[in-house]
Ligand binder design. Sequence first.
Ligand SMILES: C[S@@+](CC[C@H](N)C(=O)[O-])C[C@H]1O[C@@H](n2cnc3c(N)ncnc32)[C@H](O)[C@@H]1O
Length: 211
Amino acid sequence: MNLYERNQKQRNFFNEKIDSYDQVHQTYMETKKMLAEYLDQDTTKILDLGAGTGLELIHVFELYPNASVTVIDISENMLKKLSKRDFADQVKMICGDFFEIDFGDNYDAVISTSALHHFKPEEKIILYQKILKCLKGNGLFLNCDKVSFSQEEQDYSMDELENNIDDYKHIDTPLTVENEISILEQVGFMNISSHEVDKSNYRLIKARKES
Ligand SMILES: C[S@@+](CC[C@H](N)C(=O)[O-])C[C@H]1O[C@@H](n2cnc3c(N)ncnc32)[C@H](O)[C@@H]1O
């Protein structure tokens, strides 16, 4: 199954999960809050990749009430729920695939949580290049996401993905922190740091376009 087909499966998965999504993800609210807490004080223009129903944006708008946020998400049902939030008029919603949509430019920050752990290393290179390009000079990329504890764990989930060609189930394929950092360095990010969050299998990774 190619990347396009896998992404369409993600779209179907999240469209179908919509009724239970917010309730299930309540346990991740502390993790989602971290994104707002790590933003630069003068942040206004933000891109949120895979914002879903907008849970992390609740805290972003509490701390940055004048923020202008663009969201890219492949699930129309998740975005429909986001459009009912009271900050929705400050959010530009784009329904589509990260690998197909133009990200725009000049963002102070690109944020993402729980949304980027389904891609292979070579796909992440393409994605992170797009993120680097759309940031302004000293812009910040904050990704709070699932990670693998070891290379073996990462390889195991990647094999599971490769071997599940016809009967695709929802398989997470997080990279190790070391591999995440290596890809960020490879595409040109600087000042990269990794931070523990309240979930042991998650990390917040922070990277700048320029030092
Ligand atoms: C687990 S949810 C996270 C939502 C939100 N960030 C949160 O933490 O509650 C992952 C989101 O990423 C979106 N997504 C996954 N793959 C995508 C892709 N290739 N392009 C755009 N959105 C994608 C899904 O539709 C879903 O809304």
